[in-house]
Every structure is written in structure tokens, then in C-alpha cells.
Design a protein around this ligand. Structure first.
Ligand code: SF4
Ligand code: SF4
Length: 287
């Protein structure tokens, strides 16, 4: 007697309903084959050869109070991506232990040469968890910026597929670009004025996006591993004992150590481009 094939749509609905109850705001399934063209080593099958579907979860955005704090440092230090990773790990365990299929919550840390293990943007776009933005992060049309986690599995779940209408540029950004030649994100971090972002909008689409990754990274991660390495290099070449002490016990190095040992402290992005983005802005306002 052959084993009856499960109703994969029902399996999918139960799994996704579970993660939505646990706190994810977005839960979609994508076809891993849509990532066939990404860099070798960052494709789903490079991580899990048995992969048949990718579950992409999004959520855990900063709280509304944090978005609205006049102190930029508040947003910089409230990275909450680990909450999504915890939900992803629980889902992977559920798939393996209850259903008997392979599942991997892709590490959100970086691999060799500081590269991600997976092209998270491509995975999110393939599943329809959002669309790429001029500012960089994937934006969900309703929720805007969300942290992402991706679970690769050998479960053959039905795919949701990419969204039809990209979230970026928002209609108000197109209007602003037509009037001033900038959008909220390129205005606040303009690549031609010491910032990191630039690009044009033509026929409602972003074209010729410009992004200074090194400058952005410097601002985003300046208290994390690169900050630690930069101070260490300076300390090792500093001959003056007192100056060496000042460098090691000063606030910059202390915060750097906090950010490494407590992981998410001071390693969120600087967020200024997202703070001004109109996508999901209504969720960042309360009374
Ligand atoms: S995260 Fe900050 S530095 Fe990077 S592009 Fe956005 S506003 Fe600019
Ligand atoms: S502000 Fe947001 S929606 Fe507007 S162009 Fe920038 S990333 Fe896109």
C-alpha cells in the first residue's frame, strides 16, 4: 500500500499560521530555483542540497517609539533581528521533528569574506515578502522595513511567488522626485553630498541606483567588528602607554565591545533612510 500524499496547501497553511501567531508579520513561500542566477555559494541548494522550498519570514521591526526618538542612537542600538531568527529556528525544528523533512534556518551572520550565507534579498523577492528598494532593504508594501529570516526545506510546499506591484518607489516619492530630483531616502543620505544613496526614477521605476556600500557600512557597523579591528590596529601601533589606555578604556572601544559581546547592540543600521521612507510609515505613528 502506498503512503498517501499530504495536502501540501494545508501543511503550508498550518506552518505559516503558526509563525504568524508567534510574532512574524510576513510569511511567504518561494521557489528556490528562482535564485539559480545568484552568486555560487549563496544559492539555496548550496546550503541544503535537498531544498524544495524557501519559507521567508519578516517582522520584528523597531517599536514606534524607537522610530520616533529624536536620538538617532536609540534606533542604532535596538537591532531585533534575532527575534526573527528565533522564530525561524523554531519552525525548522517543527518541520524536522514533526514532519520528518530537512529544514535549515539560514544563519543571518556572515560567511567567509563577510558575505551572507544566502542572497536574502533575492529570497524575499522570490517569495513575495517584499520588493527591493532604492535605500537597500527589502520593503513589504504594508509593513515597510522588516527583518527577514529564511528557512530552507525539502518540504514541497506550494509557492506564493513575487509581488506584482513593487513597494518602492512609493507614489509620494515619484512626486517628490519629479519636483526636486530626490526622494526622501536620497535626500537624507545623498551620495553627492557625503551620503550613500542616489538614483533616478523613470516611468515610476528606480533606474541607475547608486549606493556607496563602504560609506554606509562604516556608519552602520561602526561599533561592531570593523570598529573593533580599526581600534585594535591603532592601539597596536600606538607607542604611548597612556594613549593606549585611553583608546582601550574610552567610550568608543567600550561600546564596540558591548556590540560584539551582546551581539545586536549598536549593529542595527543607522536607519535614517528608513525613518523617512513613506512605505509602512502609517505603522510608525501612534497617538
Ligand atoms: S543606513 Fe544610513 S548610511 Fe546607510 S544608506 Fe541608509 S541612511 Fe545612509
Ligand atoms: S523613500 Fe522608500 S519608497 Fe521612497 S524611494 Fe526611498 S526606499 Fe523607495
Amino acid at each position: 500500500m502506498t503512503e498517501e500524499e499530504p495536502d501540501w496547501q494545508t501543511v503550508k497553511s498550518e506552518l505559516l499560521e503558526g509563525v504568524l501567531k508567534r510574532g512574524a508579520m510576513v510569511a511567504r513561500v518561494g521557489d528556490p530555483d528562482l535564485l539559480a542566477d545568484v552568486a555560487p555559494g549563496q544559492r539555496p541548494s548550496d546550503l541544503l542540497p535537498q531544498v524544495k522550498s524557501m519559507i521567508v519570514l519578516g517582522g520584528s521591526a523597531p517599536r514606534v517609539g524607537e522610530w520616533n526618538s529624536p536620538r538617532a542612537e536609540v534606533l542604532e542600538t535596538v537591532g531585533t533581528s534575532d527575534r526573527m531568527a528565533a522564530i525561524g529556528s523554531a519552525l525548522a525544528r517543527q518541520i524536522e521533528e514533526r514532519l520528518g523533512y530537512y529544514a535549515m534556518n539560514v544563519p543571518t551572520s556572515t560567511d567567509q569574506d563577510d558575505k551572507p550565507f544566502l542572497d536574502f534579498t533575492a529570497a524575499a523577492v522570490a517569495a513575495g515578502a517584499g520588493s527591493p528598494s532604492l535605500a537597500g532593504p527589502v520593503l513589504h508594501p504594508e509593513h515597510g522595513f522588516v527583518y527577514l529570516t529564511v528557512i530552507l526545506t525539502s518540504l514541497p510546499l506550494p509557492f506564493d511567488g513575487p509581488i506584482e506591484q513593487p513597494a518602492c518607489p512609493a507614489p509620494s516619492c515619484v512626486e517628490m522626485y519629479d519636483q526636486r530630483g530626490v526622494t526622501p531616502c536620497t535626500d537624507v543620505c545623498n551620495i553627492d553630498d557625503g551620503g550613500c544613496l542616489g538614483g533616478q526614477i523613470q516611468d515610476g521605476l528606480v533606474i541607475g541606483r547608486r549606493y556607496d556600500a563602504n560609506r554606509c557600512r562604516d556608519r552602520v557597523y561602526h561599533y561592531w567588528v570593523p570598529g573593533y579591528q580599526a581600534v585594535l590596529e591603532k592601539v597596536l601601533s600606538e607607542p604611548d602607554v597612556e594613549r593606549r589606555k585611553m583608546m582601550l578604556y574610552g567610550s568608543y572601544f567600550t561600546r564596540t565591545m558591548w556590540s560584539i559581546t551582546y551581539s545586536n547592540v549598536s549593529q542595527g543600521q543607522c536607519f535614517e533612510c528608513m525613518r523617512v521612507c513613506p512605505v509602512g510609515a502609517e505603522n510608525r505613528m501612534l497617538k
